[in-house]
Ligand binder design. Structure first.
Ligand SMILES: [Zn+2]
Length: 202
């Protein structure tokens, strides 16, 4: 086993702390952080006060297609992509920063985050392994998470064509547009130019 520098180890611990605070699972920590499983579990317990949950990571791409999940997922992935293009940091830090940005945006709208950290990084992996793609809505030009290899031409997003039950589930009159408006998503425009100016970037 190679001996790590003290500073290198401090960086790994800082990375682990960030990830644990954001809700990362042990499996993810083990794959991204250069610390032993034992130390990761100890850190996890110290920070969260409980043992890391067991169980498998979510696996289906379908979750990202449901109405509200698709809005949140698309918002996050647009931010992530922007950061990836404009930052030369390690991928895991880009993930952390874009996820924090997503949480900030949601908090600013007094909404609840729908996309948890595990879903967020699982989605990034789905994109990397070519299971998901961004499709451009032919009506609003926003970019939305879609199944890979779906037809890209003529795609209409969940905001421009919300399912009828999206409104009903949340009670009278406050339909899909109301919810989207409440989230401030229309104003965000989903475009790269809409990403907050250099937040968290160097
Ligand atoms: Zn649209």
């Amino acid at each position: 086993m190679t001996r790590k520098s003290v500073l290198g180890e401090v960086r790994e611990v800082q990375l682990a702390i960030q990830l644990i605070q954001l809700g990362a699972r042990l499996q993810f920590l083990e794959s991204e952080v250069g610390l032993s499983r034992e130390r990761l579990i100890r850190l996890y317990k110290e920070i969260k006060g409980v043992s890391p949950p067991k169980g498998l990571l979510p696996f289906s791409t379908d979750w990202y297609m449901t109405w509200l999940a698709n809005i949140h997922s698309s918002m996050f992935y647009n931010m992530y992509q922007f950061m990836k293009i404009h930052s030369d940091e390690e991928k895991v830090w880009i993930l952390i920063k874009s996820y924090k940005l997503y949480l900030q945006q949601i908090a600013a709208q007094d909404s609840e985050p729908i996309l948890d950290f595990t879903r967020a990084y699982t989605m990034v992996r789905f994109f990397d392994s070519d299971m998901l793609q961004l499709s451009t809505c032919c009506r609003c030009s926003g970019q939305f998470v879609a199944h890979a290899h779906d037809h890209k031409s003529g795609y209409v997003c969940v905001l421009c064509r919300p399912p009828s039950r999206a409104g009903k589930a949340r009670g009278a009159k406050r339909g899909a547009d109301g919810e989207a408006g409440a989230l401030g998503i229309e104003g965000m425009g989903f475009g790269v130019e809409a990403a907050p100016g250099g937040a968290g970037l160097h």
